[in-house]
Design a protein around this ligand. Structure first.
Ligand code: NAD
Length: 493
């Protein structure tokens, strides 16, 4: 994006709340280390890990090293680089609810800033339960940690609220300590290279630029399917469901990125305005519309890759009476001049047949009548964007096959990127946050509009206003999700 190319990597103190947690171990340390190896960390930086445990710097450094051994994308064989990285990792114990602890933390950080000549730039990363966001940010403010001579930024994880009201309350509290421009709400799907690539597909390819509207596109399908069940998160997931865990954030963010039209000026502000414009153009669902536009499902027992698995209600810690949604599919309509008449279908679920995140653009065929093989019809042109676990595209077009009586057959042109060298979402996002580029983070307005769109669905689910369809573990969801598209003359790709 034009206005961001010159952003600097200022020296910084990276203050990590939840440093002993799972996310830090699996994603944050590997991302920071890989950036460091790629020379994408500031020249001078320090990492201050915070947790309740009474660890020394040495114990913390051993913990970070262990996590890198297991989770780093790049080799950890360079012992000199490893030592250099670990040397700037420090630990301080802090109970986030203990106000006085923040005064001690301020001392620790100021001493290090002096010692390493780091200007008072502080990046706070809250990798803790969302219930602590409020107390941490107000303590940052009151202790003076947030009133530095340099800049301050705040990275927070999902979930951002439980419904519209709670998200608004949380944002109100947050905005007392940080300005919107200082807040980086992570949606790691926005860090996936192929999602970041969506704007380029349109802007850098006149072929698609010309076709990116309701004149040539018949429908868009966004799938995020998982093969895992509730794993270790049963009690959390049973209160959350697919609608909050996946739809409100990740699926709607991918929808915004797919449907947004390129701003005239490529700047953060314009990109975000375009995404907001998409959300403002979504046809709102009334509670009574939910039943005809949304499918709710829950998995039964079945098989995943040939292995038997139990149904949702047989999972440990799940209530027998649970009506929680482990699958959601919906028809989303965007009422603007580009997309009017083009349904966007979204679906997500657990215990499905394959683990994949994919965006499919299905094109119309206005000449179908001319070229049609009357008995079978032609296949539509499809642009399939593989977001994860593979990263690439495939374009399906029709071609005569001389080996089959010159019949028209779909053929695919494929591009797949080399997985090993693709940076992980957390690397791309942390690099952006370090440089002060919020383009691929969720702005409050986007989050609020997403909750607004989802709210009638939450209410309809709570009031049991629509059926809870069962689906077999290892399938692609309930039959009702297929019917949702069949009604409009389409099928899932
Ligand atoms: P976790 O339970 O493994 O870690 C939580 C951390 O919070 C630990 O370091 C713990 O010591 C710290 N903590 C808890 N109470 C504290 C207190 N009173 N004072 C100081 N520290 C305290 O959780 P996680 O998997 O690392 O995830 C962190 C957050 O990130 C989650 O709550 C969730 O909101 C979000 N998240 C995680 C994932 C993931 O894949 N793990 C995905 C999306 C979002």
């Amino acid at each position: 994006l034009g206005d961001l190319k010159t952003l600097e990597l200022d020296s910084v103190t990276f203050v990590l709340f939840g440093a002993t947690g799972d996310l830090a171990k699996r994603k944050i340390y590997p991302a920071l280390y890989n950036l460091f190896l790629d020379e994408k960390m500031p020249h001078t930086f320090s990492i201050v890990g915070l947790g309740r445990r009474d660890w020394s710097d040495h114990t913390f450094q051993a913990h970070v090293e262990k996590s890198l051994q297991i989770f780093s994308r790049r080799s950890i064989n360079d012992s000199y680089k490893m030592e250099e990285f670990l040397r700037v990792c420090h630990y301080s114990s802090l109970d986030v609810k203990d106000k006085k602890g923040y005064d001690k933390l301020l001392d620790v950080i100021q001493n290090q800033e002096k010692e390493m000549s780091i200007p008072e730039n502080r990046l706070f990363y809250l990798s803790v339960s969302p219930e602590f966001i409020d107390v941490i940010t107000s303590n940052i403010k009151e202790s003076g940690l947030g009133s530095s001579k340099g800049w301050k930024r705040l990275i927070i994880e999902k979930p951002f609220g439980h419904d519209l009201k709670s998200a608004q309350v949380l944002n109100e509290k947050l905005s007392q300590a940080f300005e919107e421009k200082e807040i980086y709400r992570i949606d790691h799907y926005l860090g996936k290279p192929m999602v970041q690539n969506l704007e380029a597909i349109e802007s850098a390819n006149p072929v698609f630029q010309a076709l990116w509207s309701n004149q040539y596109i018949s429908n868009v399908q966004i799938t995020a399917s998982e093969t895992v069940g509730v794993e270790q998160r049963a009690s959390y997931y049973d209160q959350t469901g697919a609608i909050r865990d996946m739809v409100q954030n990740h699926l709607l963010q991918m929808l915004m990125m797919t449907a947004m039209h390129l701003p005239k000026q490529e700047s953060v502000k314009d990109v975000r305005q375009e995404k907001v414009r998409v959300m403002e153009s979504l046809r709102p669902l009334q509670k009574e519309d939910v039943v005809s536009n949304v499918v709710r499902g829950q998995y039964d027992h079945g098989e995943i890759y040939g292995e038997p698995v139990v149904g949702y209600k047989e999972e440990p810690e799940i209530r027998d009476s649970s009506t929680n949604d482990t699958f959601v599919s919906a028809r989303v309509l965007i009422e603007d001049s580009f997309w009017s008449g083009v349904p966007f279908y979204i679906r997500t679920g657990k215990r499905m047949k394959e683990k994949t995140t994919r965006i499919v653009i299905e094109f119309k065929n206005p000449l179908n009548e001319l070229y049609i093989d009357k008995s079978e019809g032609t296949s539509p042109n499809l642009l399939m964007i593989e977001v994860s676990p593979n990263s690439g595209y495939s374009l399906q077009i029709n071609s005569k096959n001389p080996l089959n009586g010159n019949k028209l057959e779909p053929v695919a042109i494929n591009f797949s990127s080399n997985q090993e060298n693709v940076p992980e979402a957390y690397e791309l996002l942390l690099y952006d946050a370090l440089r002060g580029d919020p383009t691929f983070f969720a702005h409050w307005k986007e989050v609020e509009l997403s909750w607004k769109w989802v709210q009638p669905i939450l209410e309809a689910f709570e009031e049991n206003n629509l059926p809870l369809h069962r689906y077999r573990a290892g399938s692609m969801g309930p039959e009702a999700a297929n019917q949702l598209l069949e009604m409009d003359g389409f099928k899932w790709r």
